[in-house]
Design a binder for this molecule. Structure first.
Ligand code: AMP
Ligand code: ZN
Length: 448
């Protein structure tokens, strides 16, 4: 489903509006934001030097610290009387950053999120249960306005309240659930405990994002909830959710809404632009934001971009791969770079494991240790209980000949893929913590 005609824009028209919008954004930030004036002057660049899209690479980067240095409002290009909404990033990696919106920004964002839901195959007949948190976090209100813009009925349940969520899924008959992927799985756990048969629910699709998730996790969510699970991406600094999303027709990479955002991939170490097909750090320039435009914002998200080709959904916007991690999430274990997503890929491959896991990093006698804690699946737990669980070993990790050989298998897989020796601990289902918003997969005790 296409939400608006601009999604079908041809190459030359796209390039033309991108350039016009880039030029006007550059002019506005230079005139109104002293941080940008200084950054441009330092490089000897004037707005009129931007003559083509290739000139983008000459512009300065913006990093999160710049936003913190200009806390709270100094990055805004408009006076406060034009600001109608303020959000802040969740601050998973430090103090929050502040994002302002004009009335037009809110409209632009609603349209983008309407595109996201349309790309998931939804229209005005649908009912969207919005389990993203409402508040300073952009997920809740972003999805809310997008659902209304599409004309769908939105259930503004927000995060948490899991039992009630399950009841409403059944009673109000949502056809779409939107939340973090980890919360979707949690909802399933709680629902099945309450005896809900997900196959019988009207739910058909989930639009999930705000945290990294693997193909394995997608399959697990789809199988358990009997739905299609689609990825959507965004970040507060850029607008919130609505930067890119997967189409239900192909479910393979997220279309970037390129009439609103210019995306580049850079080598995070050198800052050099990389061609399509190369993995690196995603850098985004906003093209339509009024209150809080950003030039070459370094997202720290690691992904790959692919060139425009006509997709079976009709869009030709270029695609970006799922984000498997952030450059600042990258763990360095005994000198080896490890992304939590690589381990999740291995874990979700096994039927005898559930998708719930945590990575615990410690330092023993100056050596880093990585412990992978993971829950076994319900079915496997049932098959075990008669042999090895005389009393419920809820707090201890499982150990038994059969379980130990599986642990070794996982250990070997991780060693083969990333070259790090790990300790694997298996737990009965529902032992590890659950999350209502973004999952916290890594506990780095070296920092504590
Ligand atoms: P926030 O601004 O607090 O919403 O956080 C934005 C960050 O969440 C992004 O920079 C990504 O690291 C992460 N994120 C959002 N959507 C996704 C997604 N679909 N896949 C992976 N990570 C995501
Ligand atoms: Zn498509």
């Amino acid at each position: 489903m296409i939400f608006d005609e601009n999604e079908l824009i041809g190459e030359s028209d796209l390039k033309k509006i991108q350039l016009e919008r880039l030029q006007s954004t550059v002019e506005r930030v230079y005139e109104n934001v002293s941080f940008y004036k200084k950054a441009f002057d330092k490089l000897g660049i004037k707005p009129k030097d931007i003559k083509s899209l290739e000139d983008l690479k000459n512009l300065p980067f913006t990093v999160k610290q710049d936003l913190r240095d200009n806390y709270p409002y100094k990055m805004f290009t408009v006076p406060m009387e034009q600001i109608v909404r303020i959000h802040a990033s969740s601050g998973t990696t430090g103090s929050p950053t502040v994002c302002g919106y004009t009335r037009n920004d809110i409209k632009t964002w609603a349209k983008l999120m309407a595109r996201v839901f349309a790309s998931a195959g939804l229209n005005s007949n649908d009912i969207i249960q919005n389990a993203y948190g409402y508040g300073l976090f952009t997920g809740g209100l972003g999805a809310h306005y997008g659902a209304e813009e599409l004309g769908a009925a939105v259930i503004p349940i927000s995060g948490g309240n899991t039992k009630k969520q399950v009841q409403l899924l059944a009673d109000f008959g949502a056809t779409c659930l939107t939340c973090t992927p980890s919360f979707a799985l949690y909802l399933y756990d709680v629902g099945s405990e309450l005896g809900v048969d997900f196959e019988k629910l009207p739910l058909k699709v989930a639009a999930l994002g705000a945290e990294p998730w693997s193909e394995g996790m997608r399959k697990e969510i789809e199988k358990k909830l009997h739905i299609d699970a689609l990825n959507l991406y965004g970040l507060s600094e850029i607008i919130g959710p609505g930067v890119a999303s997967e189409c239900i027709e192909e479910k393979n990479g997220m279309h970037i809404y390129e009439d609103n955002f210019l995306c580049e991939i850079i080598n995070p170490e050198t800052g050099e632009q990389l061609p399509y097909g190369f993995k690196g750090e995603l850098v985004i320039t906003t093209l339509t934001k009024e209150a809080f435009p950003l030039i070459r914002y370094r997202t720290h998200d690691i992904t790959t971009l692919y060139p425009r080709i006509k997709c079976s959904c009709g869009r030709s916007f270029s695609k970006m791969e799922s984000i498997m991690g952030r450059s600042d999430d990258m763990l360095i274990i005994r000198g080896v770079n490890v992304f939590p997503g690589q381990i999740e890929d291995i874990i979700t491959k096994y039927n005898f494991l559930s998708g719930h896991y945590q990575l615990i990093i410690n330092r023993e006698r100056n050596l880093d240790t990585l412990t992978v804690e993971v829950e076994i699946s319900d079915d496997f737990a049932k098959s075990l209980s008669s042999i090895i669980i005389p009393t419920h070993p809820n707090s201890a990790s499982l150990s038994h000949k059969k379980v130990d050989s599986l642990k070794n298998k996982i250990k070997k897989d991780i060693k083969d893929l990333i070259g790090v020796t790990t300790d694997v601990k298996l737990y009965m289902p529902k032992i590890l913590p659950r999350f209502e918003g973004k999952a916290k997969r890594v506990v780095d005790k070296r920092l504590i």
